[in-house]
Design a protein around this ligand. Structure first.
Ligand code: ZN
Length: 491
């Protein structure tokens, strides 16, 4: 019963993932309306299958004699129990109400953004926040509300751990950003283009293939917001989007999604259709995308190899651009308003703003009505930038409109994990030499062996401890940033 049901649920979720990919890439506009029903029916079926009492009894029986199980089976029982326990604590009516409210809040968010008027968004967001507080209270069982929501994205992580981690990062990052911003702004004009789209696609696909992405087990298409999903480790669906510019543009975004995709393709094939053939957390998934996008894709050795290639493809923009100038351009640091356009130095300050505000909202220290002001005050304090309006301020992200509160911290965790993993990897692999040669086999093999193939056999924090040999801290990320920007700017 247990394994059959677990695989059945995994299959249904795979179908949902494929529908979600299709909706963003191929689905014609008129197909969307019925698609919402198809997805909702499947999602409801998944929910029913999970909370089914017979399944609960099978899980309880297996967890009671955990000692008799092998490691993989024990991990499966732990994971399935974790998800099911969360679900059964939530009244079905609340789950439905949050789903309905998500559509309403998201719709109001879109209208509010178009009109640049927070007042349109505010009442719906207020309702969503109240529902999420109710949800968190049901899940927390007297514990911390933020922990209860974070647990859906980063199981096991708590604010007791996050608070000092992020405070330590903030204390070093704010003056570091300040220092860099005090220097002359590098020239980025050669990145603006317009870069020919077909040649961008060629360059992007070459880099992904060099990274080791298996195009017989995945593909890349175009969507408005790039993502990586798909139904299986042998069928990974990545998307990208083309701009006229090289950066921000398709290439770096594709490298990011490819990091997710390589992780998915490297998950343990022996455990497909089980809870173990997944990543332990969103933060760990993000560590892989950040690693390939930033540690590899914005590094000097990488561009020492690929700039001549890119200059041959785009002589009209890149002929004669020196490596040093290119690197300063592609790593330019800017105090801006928009998180998704942020460089890797300021990025985590954008996350800090959201994390602190989410904590304040859940603790009722900040009301939704006061969010725009609280948002802008923090941007001013951490980034020295005041958003011009709420569209580039508090209304820029989609997450809260969907009820995804407690999610943002996983982005910074991904950066912290990526830096720690890279630091440890350097003891075994000459990453720079791999980049300079455009041959990433040793890098990917290392990740496959230590991170990807572990799937979800261990909780994320345990896996990270095993991979890096240390406790998680902000130091590896700061060492990485200081090393890199010292090279670029002599900071
Ligand atoms: Zn990502």
């Amino acid at each position: 019963m247990f394994e059959h049901r677990m695989s059945e649920i995994d299959d249904l979720q795979a179908a949902l993932a494929l529908l979600a990919w299709d909706e963003q890439t191929m689905c014609p506009p008129r197909g969307r309306e019925l698609r919402a029903y198809h997805s909702a029916t499947l999602a409801t079926t998944v929910h029913e299958r999970i909370i089914d009492e017979g399944y609960g009894e099978a899980i309880a029986e297996l967890s009671a004699n955990g000692a008799g199980l092998d490691d993989a089976k024990r991990a499966m029982v732990r994971l399935v129990k974790h998800d099911r326990d969360r679900m059964v604590r939530l009244p079905a009516e609340l789950v439905r109400e949050i789903r309905r409210q998500a559509s309403r809040t998201n719709e109001s968010w879109e209208r509010a953004r178009a009109a640049n008027d927070f007042a349109i968004y505010r009442p719906e967001l207020e309702r969503m926040v109240e529902l999420k507080i109710t949800e968190a209270e049901a899940l927390a069982d007297g514990g911390d509300l933020y922990d209860a929501l974070l647990d859906a994205y980063e199981p096991g992580m708590t604010v007791a751990e996050l608070d000092p981690l992020l405070a330590g990062l903030k204390a070093e990052l704010v003056p570091f950003v300040d220092d860099i911003l005090g220097r002359p702004r590098p020239d980025t004009s050669f990145l603006a283009g317009p870069y020919d789209r077909a040649r961008q696609e060629h360059l992007t696909l070459k880099v992904l293939a060099d990274f080791g992405f298996d195009f017989t087990a995945g593909r890349q298409d175009v969507s408005t917001h790039p993502f990586c999903g798909g139904p299986a480790i042998s069928d990974v669906r990545m998307t990208t989007r083309y701009y006229d510019s090289l950066e921000p543009g398709a290439l770096l975004s594709s490298m990011h999604e490819c990091g997710h995709g390589l992780y998915q393709q490297g998950l343990p094939a022996a455990y497909v259709r089980t809870a173990v053939a997944h990543a332990p957390s969103l933060g760990l998934h993000e560590s892989q995308s950040r690693f390939w996008e930033n540690v590899i894709g914005r590094s000097r050795p990488f561009w020492s190899h690929y700039l001549p290639y890119a200059a041959d493809l785009f002589p009209e923009h890149l002929a004669g651009v020196a490596l040093d100038d290119f690197l300063r351009g592609v790593n330019a640091v800017e105090a801006g308003a928009i998180r998704v356009d942020a460089d890797e130095v300021t990025y985590n300050l954008h996350i800090l703003v959201r994390y602190e505000l989410e904590r304040d909202i859940l603790a009722r220290r900040v009301a939704v009505a006061d969010l725009p002001e609280a948002w802008n005050a923090r941007y001013e304090a951490y980034l020295g930038y005041t958003p011009r309006d709420d569209r580039e301020g508090v209304m820029q992200d989609i997450h809260w409109s969907w009820g995804e509160i407690g999610y943002f911290a996983t982005y910074t965790l991904g950066n912290l994990y990526a830096a720690a993993i890279a630091e440890r990897m350097r003891a075994d692999v000459d990453i720079d030499a791999c980049c300079a040669a455009g041959e990433f086999g040793p890098v990917l093999d290392w990740l496959r062996e230590r991170v990807h193939s572990a799937g979800n056999l261990l909780p994320g924090d345990e896996l990270m401890r095993r991979v890096t040999g240390t406790e998680l801290g902000h130091e590896p990320l700061m060492r990485y940033l200081r090393g890199k920007y010292n090279d670029l700017y002599e900071v």
